[in-house]
Design a protein. Sequence first.
Length: 345
Amino acid sequence: MTPATAKIEDAEQYRWLVLFHQLPPKPAYMRVKVWRRLQALGAVIVKNSVYVLPQSDAAHESLLQLLHEILNQNGEAAICEAAFIAGASDADIIKLFQSARDEDYEALAKEIDEAARSWTSGANGPLPVWSPDVRTQLTKFHKRWNEIQAIDYFGTPAGQAVATTLQNLEANWKVGERRSDEQARLSNFSGRTWVTRKGIGVDRIASAWLIRRFIDQRAKFKFIDATTYVQQPAELRFDMNEAEFTHIGDMCTFEVLVQQTKLDSRPALKALAEIIHELDLKDGKYNRPEAAGIGLLLEGIVAQNAADPERLARGTELFENLYRQFERQTLAVPVDRRNEMTMEQ
């Protein structure tokens, strides 16, 4: 049983390495150097100049190196292997280690909290969640967490709380980075005129909503007679012959738009794409139970609104509400990533 996995109630199974040392008055920096080395090893003090570590080959080698440095400075030092039998129990020693790591994690948690608040209320205004400054600080916090975890010999629970906080901040940063990339990627589509056949239905209503919602917020739409239409410069066509965005293989236009503009990382859009596919192609590929009800609503919109702009307006309300609902459902699903956590160095 190793110190990292054993429980306090199994403390009688432990053996320890104990360092006794005494340093000369000079050089003065030697005291600070030794103290820092012991802190970095995660050793705890049980009496003046008496430090303890759980027995391991790594601890033995590290203490031997430190012992030689102390002796080279005319200090005194000795290392022994020990078992506590009176005056202090193994459980008492373990609690010293846990208390020390609690302090480390608490200090890190405070630093993370202060940084997170500064990101949203800094003197120069809030930082974008994907800011390189945020990335730099998160990397620093991950590194510090790894350093503490390496000497958290008895699995202090506070470590997992800090890990969860870092996981959440990391996830937020990645979402922000992805959406920043989306904005840069979609900038070529800004303020364009989007052309499709008149008499819009399921796929074209959904695609027009997607375009204005995620691809080109300043989009203008033109609904044309495909037999007489002549494409104008800067116009983009969708769901029609020779269009820039139209059916490919077994994908409907909505799916093609999502894929080619790299919006497919959004689970809510993936759900909508499957429903639009189901309603437009009717091939049973996804068998979404919501499709029938949504299809009836769209049939009602088409039947009650002859003009395409009105169909689009009513359809936009429908798809916006559906998207928000799917997004809420996605966020409500608990994901336990504790076993997947990989802290960045």
